[in-house]
Design a protein around this ligand. Structure first.
Ligand code: ADP
Ligand code: ZN
Ligand code: ZN
Length: 727
């Protein structure tokens, strides 16, 4: 019998192991290469994790590889190491973890795309006198002027923020203004920024640049508008000047078109954006270009932390406090934490930036794990607006709006400035109810009220998507139903009554369903003078609107009394992020927060101003309770078809955990805050540990136990390490 070489392969199955296959022919595929294997009765795409190791099982049972898919490894060694770690740390099957890191098409075994044929790049023809041009044409010409280099249509689109078509460039070429160039190398971008850095910014950039090539972590901490983005750009320029690639993570690309634009303007033709909103083919091409080292700066959301980048030299995590960095199903990773780890593995600096850093990151600057880079005042000298409370016990809100808020809005509009009105979350929406008997329309599958969507005349469940036509009469008592509670649409309608004739824009998930609507919406806001914008926390994200004079926050009280660990911290972050929208030019403006509890310590802290002193008492509380960042959590969720089945399974797991809990507190099981979702019942167990190791060991032992006695197939068990929410 021939002694064939063996490879260990990760396959996309919920199993905690790798599988050995024999490799009948040379050369042996290397770690990171995809292969086709027979698994059970089907064929699967897998990724080679190791080659030439002795088999874990009886040799006779080892099957041969069916085929090698990639001509070379597509996941480099350091990335495989990151994925191995993620699988262990988050207690998620290795195969699913590894395959999950690939773009969907590659997971299914599609071949790598052939590199796209070189797109024509366009440049200005110097000696022409411009004819009369339309606004878009002028923008294209300006874009090419500022970039100073030839650009493909896509890069020009990112840079101008316009959805450009090729024929627009052909038209300009016909006019003699631009010309296509074939394969001229990109001229490197101008190394200098348009602004002179402040001393704080300069210090930050110098500190980061000095660490290029070394594993280190920074927290760039400065209010909105203090110039963090400018620091990212300068630090990126330093990395790029050394021939390195830069990865910039953002919570949501759709919400940050201005960042895409700024980065593209600074590094014309060298930027690519990677996110799940891209069509599959495009996403694959961007990923592969980054993998081949074709793009210098990659801007991406959470999952982009797994992109192979052969020359990665700097990793930036913008708005590090944003919970969108935590994946909420499957591999429940935190992209910020994996970014830090990737920095260690690949020996490069990682910069976390925020105006409102998480308690975790603040604690890590105190214990020396991260270097603190504070940015003091805004470069333009403006101050963030003061926060004031409106006591809703004194000033009763009507349709969510109090008289002091309405008065302040009127005054702001008279000054020709904009008012932002923020609703805490979309879930704070209208429900359909009976004022007579108290009946409320509930989702038949979940513990949740249905939300009224007036435009569609339907009630919709935000948890499971259940939808039905709006009912007119109460099923209990037959009285006419009415819409209760608050939603952005209802506040919008109330505002349009109070401020007839004033431009009014709504910004929430429902108003930007279609492609391009968000861009249009943001553009409208930028263009209008006095006007009102009403929306959800999307409003609080990193948009740069110059004319906001007032931010009104309709209701924060649920955040003050929620049982959720991070509710208080996230309420502070939300209000301050929203506040950051105001006073970007000159006059600081004001933030009005409507609350029934103006004496609550958090509300008091908000009115005092600076974030560091606001979080100090929260940190003390967490320390006293041995909660993160001073303790370590894992949440085990059990989800089953009946309440009894879920509860019994959760009880059994909790018993096992308690037997092995070395110093780890096992809380529960208890029904999840939303017990029933989509006709399934959820129980949860919370583990609180003084150390990471103890937590990890307890989870390992428990997992071994339930692998030996697997729960019934219709029960699902998941582990959430470092949960961001306990709901
Ligand atoms: P942040 O990312 O912290 O919100 P930005 O980097 O976007 O801050 O800066 C806010 C505004 O100030 C931007 O318009 C930016 O161009 C400008 N800016 C930043 N740094 C400087 C500087 N050193 N001098 C002048 N303007 C600056
Ligand atoms: Zn009724
Ligand atoms: Zn539902």
């Amino acid at each position: 019998m021939r002694h064939e070489a063996l490879v260990r392969v990760a396959v996309d199955r919920p199993l905690d192991q790798l599988f050995d296959y024999a490799c009948p022919s040379e050369p042996l595929p290397e770690p990171g290469q995809r292969v086709r294997v027979t698994f059970g009765r089907s064929e699967q795409t897998g990724v080679v994790m190791a080659a030439g190791k002795p088999p874990a099982v009886d040799r006779a049972r080892i099957r041969p590889l069916e085929a090698v898919v990639d001509p070379e490894p597509i996941l480099p060694g350091p990335l495989l190491e990151l994925l191995r770690f993620a699988s262990r740390y988050y207690h998620h099957p290795i195969g699913e973890t590894v395959l999950n890191a690939l773009p969907p098409a590659l997971r299914k075994g599609a071949p790598l795309p052939s590199p796209a044929p070189a797109e024509p790049r366009w440049r200005l023809r110097p000696e022409t006198t411009p004819p009369r041009l339309g606004a878009r044409q002028r923008a294209i010409v300006r874009g090419l002027e500022t970039s100073g280099t030839a650009l493909a249509v896509g890069a020009l689109a990112d840079l101008t923020g316009l959805a450009l078509r090729r024929d627009e460039l052909h038209r300009l070429a016909d006019l003699g203004l631009v010309e296509a160039v074939a394969n001229e190398p990109l001229t490197p971008p101008s190394a200098s920024s348009a602004v002179t850095l402040t001393p704080d910014q300069r210090q930050a950039v110098t500190a980061i640049a000095a660490e290029l090539g070394r594993p280190s972590a920074f927290l760039l901490d400065g209010v909105t508008g203090s110039g963090k983005t400018e620091v990212y750009l300068e630090a990126a320029a330093a990395a790029i000047a050394r021939g390195l690639q830069v990865l910039v993570l953002v919570p949501e690309i759709a919400l940050t078109p201005q960042l895409v634009r700024r980065v593209s303007q600074r590094f014309p033709g060298q930027v690519a954006a990677l996110h799940s909103g891209l069509p599959a083919g495009e996403r694959l091409r961007v990923w592969d270009a980054a993998r081949r080292g074709d793009r210098t700066l990659l801007l991406g959301t959470r999952s982009a932390v797994f992109t192979p980048l052969p020359a990665l030299g700097l990793l930036i995590v913008d708005e590090e406090h944003d919970p969108a960095y935590k994946q909420q199903d499957g591999l429940r990773y935190h992209a910020r934490d994996l970014a830090i780890l990737r920095g260690h593995i690949e020996s490069l600096p990682v910069v976390l930036g925020s105006a409102t850093p998480t308690l975790e990151s603040i604690a890590k600057t105190r214990d020396g794990h991260y270097r603190h880079l504070p940015l003091g005042t805004r470069p333009d000298g403006s101050l963030p607006p003061p926060v004031r409370c409106v006591d809703t016990r004194v000033h009763r809100p009507d349709e969510g709006l109090t008289t002091p808020l309405l008065d302040a809005m009127r005054a702001t509009l008279e000054q020709g400035r904009q008012c932002f009105v923020l609703l805490n979350r979309r879930g704070f929406a209208r429900v359909l109810g009976c004022e007579h008997c108290g009946w409320v329309a509930d989702c038949p599958r979940c513990d949740a009220h249905l939300t009224v969507h007036a435009a569609a005349s339907r009630s919709i469940c935000h948890l499971c998507g259940f939808s039905q036509a709006l009912a007119a009469h109460c099923p209990e008592c037959g009285q006419a139903l009415s819409q209760q509670g608050l939603g952005t649409q209802r506040v919008e309608r109330a505002l349009s009554r109070h401020f007839a004739g004033v431009p009014l824009v709504r910004l929430d998930r429902d108003s930007i369903r279609r492609r391009g609507e968000l861009e249009r919406c943001l553009e409208t806001i930028r263009q209008m003078d006095a006007g009102i914008v009403v929306g959800t926390q999307m409003l609080a994200k990193g948009h740069d609107f110059p004319r906001v004079g007032l931010v009104g926050v309709i209701d924060v009280d649920q955040g003050l009394f929620s049982v959720d660990l991070r509710a208080a911290e996230q309420t502070l972050q939300l209000v301050l992020q929203a506040a950051g929208r105001a006073g970007r030019s000159g006059d600081p403006g004001v933030v009005l927060v409507q609350t029934g509890h103006p004496g609550h310590p958090l509300m008091q802290a908000l009115q005092r101003g600076d974030y560091a002193s606001m979080v100090a008492p929260l940190l003390d509380e967490r320390r006293a309770a041995a909660m993160p960042p001073f303790g370590f959590l894992a949440l085990i969720r059990v989800d089953g078809p009946t309440a009894g089945a879920s509860a019994r399974q959760a009880e059994a797991i909790a018993r096992q955990l308690r037997q092995h809990a070395r110093g780890v507190r096992v809380l529960g099981p208890a029904p999840a805050p939303r017990h029933r979702v989509n006709r399934r019942y959820r129980e949860q167990i919370l583990l609180v540990s003084p150390t990471r190791n103890a937590l990890h060991h307890t989870l390992v032992v428990a997992r071994d136990a339930w692998q030996q006695h697997p729960p019934p197939r219709n029960l699902r068990i998941s582990i959430d390490v470092d949960p961001v929410t306990l709901a």
